[in-house]
Design a binder for this molecule. Structure first.
Ligand code: IGP
Length: 384
């Protein structure tokens, strides 16, 4: 997203929503805050424009304008903290530790991620990341690849995950050659790949993402990361990601709205991950969402229950998903053709599979075993 500013003329920039709204300040890097006018002088009713100037104000600016005037920002300005806003939306993960003991593993991962990202941002501020965007390989159409694969094969499109380890299962594969695995997945019909980039808990990293892309793999790539800050979205794109994961159990609505807008600007697909009805309802209320993942694994307890996908897509919610043309991905805990048919019958058009493939001697050759048949490779390159 361009720097947000209020402007009397295109040359006078005032950052919004001002010092009383640290949340948006966090989304935009300090480098983007315009220094010319004291923060206190911001009037919320003033017209909004981007640094591009008034004449060039785009649809995104209008969208941003309504967003910053939205309820969440008002609540923020009236003194609510991000954790209060999140808790009101049913989010149990707290962003700012109030005690030294995280309530569960996901909260611990998020607290560590907050520290990690703040250090990375110091090393490489957003303005520098943005400068490298032009060198990134062009973004590929993640959703297009899923749809094409589903139509071609009649079974859910496969997003095959390149993951060395996980906090719930430990090391999944000692002999881990991510590029070879990625190539094998593609050869055996994966529509897209998911690359874990979290180092501390999943033993992944961004070099893997870059290496897979550079090795000539054509499948669109999902950057599987715990995103808590817009900086990470720009960084993921600069490293060649075509899609990013946004976890509704971690991110309040205001973050999801801002981040999906940023993704659109960058040509990235946002995969919105939900695990319960409330999260799905929140995501369905946000415009412009194309792809929702239902995680059968509860990231707070690691329990896996495939019936979650079915339960969430039953009745009215399923109707809304269909009407909006949203593609649903069934995530985690899928091991057999029966598991795949079960989620397919719940109306899932894609599956995200890690463990059951990566643990096999030959992860690529394990794909037909998962679907009960060979699935065809898509040779077309999907560029956005
Ligand atoms: O290995 P599995 O059970 O097939 O799961 C894959 C994927 O769904 C899982 O890794 C995952 C889903 N959502 C996440 C969020 C963060 C880290 C990992 C994940």
């Amino acid at each position: 997203m361009q720097s947000l500013c209020l402007s009397a003329s295109a040359r006078v920039r005032v950052s919004i929503p001002g010092p009383t709204s640290p949340r948006l300040a966090r989304s935009l890097s300090p480098a983007e805050w315009a220094p010319e006018i004291p923060m206190g002088s911001v009037r919320r009713s003033a017209p909004l424009c981007c640094t591009r100037g008034l004449q060039e104000a785009s649809a995104l600016d209008n969208e941003t304008y309504s967003l910053i005037n939205s309820i969440e920002v008002r609540e923020w300005e009236s003194g609510k903290s991000i954790d209060d806003i999140a808790a009101n939306q049913g989010i149990r993960i707290r962003r700012h530790p109030s005690t030294n003991t995280p309530r569960n593993i996901l909260e611990k991962i998020i607290w560590d991620k907050v520290i990690e990202v703040s250090e990375l941002k110091k090393e490489k501020p957003l303005t520098l990341v943005k400068e490298t965007l032009a060198d990134a390989p062009p973004a590929r159409d993640f959703v297009g690849a899923l749809k094409a694969s589903y139509e071609r094969n009649g079974v859910p499109a496969l997003i095959a995950e390149v993951k060395k380890a996980s906090p719930s299962k430990g090391v999944l594969r000692e002999d881990f050659d991510p590029v070879e695995i990625a190539k094998a997945y593609e050869q055996h019909g994966a529509a897209c790949l998911s690359i874990l980039t979290d180092e501390k808990y999943f033993q992944g990293n961004f070099k893997i993402l870059e290496a897979v892309r550079k090795a000539g793999v054509q499948c669109p790539l999902l950057c599987k990361e715990f995103i808590i800050d817009s900086w990470q979205i720009y960084y993921a794109r600069s490293k060649g990601a075509d899609a990013v994961l946004l976890i509704a159990g971690v991110l309040p609505d205001i973050d999801i709205k801002l981040m999906t807008m940023e993704c659109r600007e960058l040509g990235l697909t946002a995969l919105l991950e939900v695990h319960n009805e409330r999260e799905l309802d929140r995501v369905l209320n946000i415009d412009g969402i194309q792809l929702i993942g239902i995680n059968n694994r509860d990231l707070e307890t690691f329990e896996v229950d495939n019936s979650i996908t079915k339960r969430l897509l039953e009745g009215e919610r399923g109707e809304i998903v269909r009407k909006k043309g949203i593609i649903v991905v069934g995530e985690s805990g899928l091991f057999t053709p029966d598991d795949v048919s079960y989620v397919q019958n719940a109306d899932v058009k894609a599956v995200l599979v890690g463990e059951s493939l990566i643990k096999q001697n030959d992860p690529g050759k394990a794909i037909p075993g998962l679907f009960g048949k060979e699935i065809l490779q898509l040779l077309t390159m999907h560029l956005v």
